[in-house]
Design a protein around this ligand. Structure first.
Ligand code: SF4
Length: 363
């Protein structure tokens, strides 16, 4: 795996910077402002995306802020330029989902992923703009999805990983009814400055327990665990070198104003004296395909690719991880060519160690 691919597998779009919640761990700098994406930005993106979707599976992920805060009418206008082969996803806090939104999802074929951190008492960081708990509203939104028979994914942030929590979380999500679950250990990035370093034994035990819970009832696709098991199986049958893509997926994020940031959505909206605004171009000035073809020349991207090579030559977990995320390096280390971060320890190294610990305990 070397360099950036010219064609991504999906594009992240920011229909508005606004979020109606104010979660304590949120990384977004402008979530109190309603800066909406103009329709010409979506039209410009669709000009590149539609041919990619005609050639193979392709997704647009509508991410915010809270994407539903853009309103149904505006979101429909942003979806309209995309051809029928494009799969649409929203990452939402679910608090605005009602019958009308469910009808919208059905009409536009939008797949929903809900952010919720587990049972009520685990959602203390997910609060309204007034600081009140958001949990009841989240659950109301999920109930609407279930009433309409809409399948959904869930994404949970874990602030303090440790034994005892993983089994509780997994049981909760079994009841919630999601068919895919992603588990993120909280990250120090963007405007979230909370420390994310944890005792290695606790994090490893958390992941080991999650594997055990999943193996008892593997009804949900558990993103991190399934990927780890796939990697472990590939190591055993000698095919691990084929798992990582040949080139890094650039994963472009198109911000509300059309600016394009590759590799890490979390960098969008930030500026730095050394790296500028991190963007590789603007779709209102150049086609997305052209921006991505030249993205490797963006100065910080070159520095990040040097960091990936440093990981390759120094880290025994590289075959599993592929070099981590740009935003974690920047926000934790202040630059892109460092290697190990607290994020990669929490979410790559101790994850793989947890899977191995589970395997050793169940030999
Ligand atoms: S685990 Fe960390 S140090 Fe190792 S390859 Fe991944 S990002 Fe690099």
């Amino acid at each position: 795996m070397r360099g950036l691919a010219a064609v991504p597998s999906y594009v992240v779009m920011q229909p508005t910077t606004l979020c109606n919640l104010d979660c304590a761990y949120c990384y977004l700098p402008s979530r109190a402002l309603d800066r909406r994406m103009p329709v010409p930005v979506a039209e410009a993106v669709a000009e590149s995306v539609n041919p990619w979707a005609a050639a193979g599976r392709f997704s647009v992920v509508w991410h915010g802020g809270e994407p539903l805060a853009a309103g149904r009418e505006h979101l429909a206008a942003l979806l309209a330029p995309f051809g029928p082969g494009v799969e649409h996803h929203v990452q939402t806090n679910a608090t605005l989902i009602d019958d009308a939104w469910c009808a919208f999802f059905v009409e536009h074929g939008v797949r929903v992923s809900v952010s919720v951190d587990g049972p009520r008492e685990r959602n203390g960081d997910r609060v309204t703009r007034g600081g009140g708990p958001a949990y009841d509203r989240i659950v109301r939104g999920v109930a609407a999805l279930r009433r309409h028979g809409l399948p959904f994914s869930a994404l949970a942030v874990v602030a303090r990983p440790g034994p005892g929590l993983a089994a509780e979380l997994y049981d909760y999500f079994l009841d919630l009814g999601c068919d895919v679950l992603g588990v993120n250990i909280e990250e120090t990035e963007g405007v979230n400055l909370r420390d994310n370093s944890h005792d290695a034994r606790l994090v490893t035990a958390f992941w080991a327990e999650l594997v055990a819970a999943w193996r008892r009832q593997p009804r949900i696709h558990l993103r991190e665990v399934e990927w780890s098991l796939r990697y472990a199986a590939a190591v055993l049958d000698g095919s691990a070198d084929d798992l990582l893509p040949r080139r890094l997926d650039p994963i472009p994020t198109v911000a509300h104003d059309g600016s394009v940031t590759v590799l890490s959505p979390e960098l969008a909206g930030f500026t730095d004296a050394r790296y500028g605004d991190f963007s590789s171009g603007n779709v209102l000035a150049a086609p997305l395909a052209e921006i991505l073809a030249n993205a490797g020349r963006t100065p910080w991207v070159g520095e990040f690719l040097a960091g990936v090579e440093a990981c390759r030559s120094s880290c025994p977990y590289f075959g599993f991880c592929g070099g981590g995320h740009a935003a974690n390096r920047y926000f934790e280390l202040g630059r892109f060519d460092g290697t190990q971060t607290a994020h990669c320890r929490n979410s790559k190294i101790h994850l793989l160690e947890g899977v191995l610990e589970h395997a050793r305990d169940h030999q």
